[in-house]
Design a binder for this molecule. Structure first.
Ligand code: 9MR
Ligand code: 9MR
Length: 615
């Protein structure tokens, strides 16, 4: 447990005559008020938000069993990065003395400070006090002390996220379908799963009235389930490639895969491991394209399997759906890949660009948005449905412009998507590719886009808004209370990703710190006091909705789970409805809570992206 029950001798400042505070006093009336000259607290400051400074304050001192919780990034902090921990309680509390102790040096106090009086956090309902200990830059292994409470241990180190990054990056490899998995480090050994995808049947009749069998093997499983979906694949490879494109030096020489895990690609020129892994998914995406350029939506079985291993799920698999939005995402991702793979494998790059253009041509011939859904389509896999497609068409045109330098793409953007180019950015997701389009517009260098300036401003404006939100939130999350919905953790990190992209355009420390704050948030500095990444930190999900982990008995490390979700869209969360959980606490580490405790490839993508900037 993160929280340590401290019979903390807390001196609460009570303002005489203030009913709000007096009622607080009544609650703790079992503990007889007594004068304490305890050293655990500093000077008493009025912390009551209900009184004005002009009222005469005189202090009554009480001891209380107020339970303090200390929430921090359980992995740790970079020496030069922002460092904030949060003290939380169910009731208000005043300023407190806080310190950081060195675990390698007899608990020597290396930093001391005073926490500000608590304020209430809207999303969690917690009373919180943020402590900035950024001045501590010495590398080491520490814990925090607050009024007799000890925090979990953490590191300050310039390589503090190195292992985490490897786990996050390798999570993709461990989701590979159609291949044996053998990872001696974590002890995971799997038979190849879903070889039947080599002969998956089209779920609906094609233009010739037939339901052909197609080879759509390979690719990554989407999440805790064994489905494979084009929009999620596209948005995930895009963010992985984007991390590489923006920070190539980070990836140079960084080993993420064993040689035996790279047999699917022999590039002409040695390439970074991240591209090798991404190619595994791209190859599957290419298999999903129809002759005429359109791209099918997903591959799955007709029912969700139980918690069994991939190879045990032997049901027939089908190819479902087809959409303009998915095809546009495919167009964009393959155009992007064509540019990025070109220096390493021109032949593959050419194949990617040909496929991209073919998909673009099909989109031109099908200008109206449509998303095909046949009855029974979602019986064994998620919908990932989007009936509009403008953001994705915009992104496709922008990547084609950036890759080819052909100004006709820019003409289309200026004519048809000028609004999306200049509208304030929103974070990247499978449901909205606007920012990806804006980014490609801004960074198109062969032929600079006419929209470069407005798109830059759109990204900066959004980042400024997010920085403000981070400053307001009790845990420095950028999410608004209403944004704690399915995959909220991913959304927080994706907002951090937006801030990092803004920083590339206009260097600003608060953007980078804001992104780091989202990382700190998912790694433990949150209202649940949990790291939301499996195997990472001290307290983390042990029962994620992840079939491979559950069926193998090996908790795959480095998986970000969805996180707090006030919409309670699964039976386990639903049962908790009567508990009146606040948005930021609508989470449960339960195998069956797929709406708060499942991992997905697109959740890990902004985490992967963020970590590429954290050194
Ligand atoms: O396991 C499925 C998970 O991967 C999906 O995110 C979720 C929503 O599409 O559905 C889960 O499957 C459940 C299904 O929807 C209802 N029956 C129980 C399934 C397993 O928990
Ligand atoms: O991550 C998806 C989330 O944004 C949606 O709100 C939710 C409901 O449609 O679906 C999530 O995606 C799930 C998908 O449908 C099936 N595979 C598991 C995904 C993660 O839970």
């Amino acid at each position: 447990m993160v929280k340590k029950r401290g019979f903390a001798m807390l001196i609460l400042s009570i303002l005489m005559g203030t009913t709000a505070m007096l009622s607080g006093c009544t609650r703790s009336s079992e503990s007889k008020p007594k004068a304490v000259s305890s050293v655990t607290t500093p000077a008493i400051i009025s912390s009551s938000p209900t009184t004005s400074a002009s009222e005469t304050a005189s202090s009554i001192v009480i001891d209380s069993e107020l339970e303090l919780r200390i929430h921090l990034n359980q992995v740790g902090y970079l020496p030069d990065g922002p460092k904030v921990f949060v003290i939380a309680a169910d009731e208000p509390f005043p300023e407190l003395k806080v310190s950081v102790a060195d675990r390698h040096d007899n608990e020597k106090v290396v930093w001391k400070g005073v926490s500000p009086a608590a304020r209430q956090d809207a999303a969690s309902g917690d009373w919180v006090s943020q402590v900035d200990f950024g001045k501590l830059t010495t590398e080491g292994w520490y814990h925090i002390n607050v009024a007799g409470n000890e925090s979990l241990r953490f590191f300050i180190n310039k390589e503090v996220y190195k292992e985490l990054f490897i786990n996050v990056a390798r999570s993709y490899k461990l989701q590979r379908s159609g291949e044996a998995i053998d990872d001696p480090l974590i002890g995971l050994k799997l038979q190849p799963g879903h070889l039947q995808d080599k002969e998956a049947t089209l779920f609906f009749k094609d233009e010739k009235g037939q339901q052909p069998t197609l080879d759509v093997h390979g690719g990554w499983y989407d999440a805790g389930d064994y489905g494979k979906y084009i929009p999620v694949a596209a948005v995930t490879v895009a963010q992985l490639m984007l991390a590489y494109e923006v920070r190539p030096a980070f990836f140079e020489g960084r080993r993420l895969l064993h040689d035996r895990e790279k047999t699917h690609w022999k590039p002409a020129k040695a390439a970074p491991d991240v591209l090798s892994e991404v190619k595994f998914e791209l190859d599957w995406m290419l298999r999903m394209q129809r002759e005429d350029g359109a791209v099918y939506h997903k591959v799955s079985g007709g029912s969700f399997p139980g918690f069994i291993l991939p190879a045990e799920d032997v049901q027939d698999r089908s190819i479902y759906g087809l959409s303009t939005y998915g095809t546009a995402m495919f167009t964009a991702a393959t155009a992007m890949a064509a540019r990025i793979y070109e220096p390493f494998d021109p032949v593959y790059a050419k194949k990617l660009l040909t496929s991209s253009k073919k998909a673009a041509k099909w989109l031109d011939a099908n200008p109206d948005a449509f998303f095909r859904v046949d009855e029974g389509q979602n019986s064994g896999s998620g919908p990932y449905e989007k009936s509009s497609d403008r953001e994705e068409r915009f992104w496709a045109q922008a990547e084609l412009l950036k890759t080819t330098g052909d100004r006709r793409y820019d003409a289309t953007i200026q004519r048809e998507f000028a609004d999306l180019q200049s509208n304030e950015s929103t974070f990247i997701s499978w449901a909205n590719a606007q920012l990806l389009g804006q980014w490609a517009v801004v960074t198109s260098s062969l032929t600079p886009s006419a929209g470069k300036e407005v798109a830059t401003q759109a990204i900066i404006k959004a980042a400024d808004g997010l920085v403000d939100r981070v400053g307001m939130d009790g845990y420095r999350s950028s999410l608004l209370s209403k944004e704690y919905s399915w995959a909220s953790n991913k959304n927080a990190l994706a907002q951090g990703e937006l801030m990092l992209l803004a920083n590339e355009l206009q260097s600003n420390r608060s953007y980078v710190d804001g992104a780091a704050d989202q990382l700190h948030y998912v790694l433990g500095r949150n209202a649940m006091g949990t790291s939301y990444v499996t195997g990472v930190g001290t307290k983390y999900p042990l029962h994620p909705h992840h079939r491979i982990s559950a069926a193998s008995g090996i908790l795959v490390p480095g998986l970000l789970v969805g996180g707090p979700n006030q919409d309670l869209n699964d039976p386990v969360l639903e049962k908790m409805a009567n508990q009146g959980l606040p948005p930021a606490k609508s989470f449960v580490d339960d195998l069956s809570s797929y709406a708060s405790n499942e991992y997905a490839i697109d959740y890990n993508a902004p985490l992967f992206f963020t970590l590429a900037f954290m050194e």
